[in-house]
Design a protein around this ligand. Structure first.
Ligand SMILES: [Zn+2]
Ligand SMILES: [Zn+2]
Length: 142
């Protein structure tokens, strides 16, 4: 009688435990599947943000590079060599001035490589931004 009672109790415990685990597993699955779109959306948003900032940086770089001109000994008197590669400017070289100072000019290829790593002038460390370019253009027009 006593043995029977215990085996009944054990059976009930096993059933209750079984149902309990089944409920837990289903809940986890439901939450897991429910969270999946959120996870995918967050990943997509993060990637979108990176693309956006990359595109903005590239656009800024192209704006700076579009200001490049052929080196001219009469126009570029301050520096006879490029501060990045330390080579002397030649007649056929293309140079780019940064918006911080018209005298801060570099080989176009040298400053392109530089700006891909850091958007600051190698001489005075002033950041290259759309604002500084606009300011420089306004000064130039005056
Ligand atoms: Zn150079
Ligand atoms: Zn500078």
């Amino acid at each position: 009688m006593v043995a029977n009672y215990w085996s009944m109790l054990n059976f009930e415990l096993v059933v209750i435990f079984g149902i309990f685990s089944a409920v837990i597993v289903s809940l986890l699955t439901i939450f897991g599947i429910g969270y999946l779109p959120v996870f995918v959306y967050r990943r997509w948003r993060a990637r979108q943000g990176t693309n956006e900032s990359l595109r903005a940086a590239n656009e800024l770089l192209q704006t700076v590079l579009s200001l490049s001109t052929k080196w001219d000994a009469r126009k570029f008197k301050q520096l006879s060599h490029c501060p990045i590669c330390l080579e002397t400017y030649e007649e056929e070289d293309f140079v780019t001035s940064l918006p911080c100072d018209i005298r801060h000019y570099f080989h176009t290829e040298c400053i392109e490589d530089w700006l891909e790593l850091s958007m600051n002038c190698p001489i005075c460390k002033v950041p290259v931004t759309h604002e500084t370019i606009n300011q420089a253009n306004q000064q130039f027009e005056k």
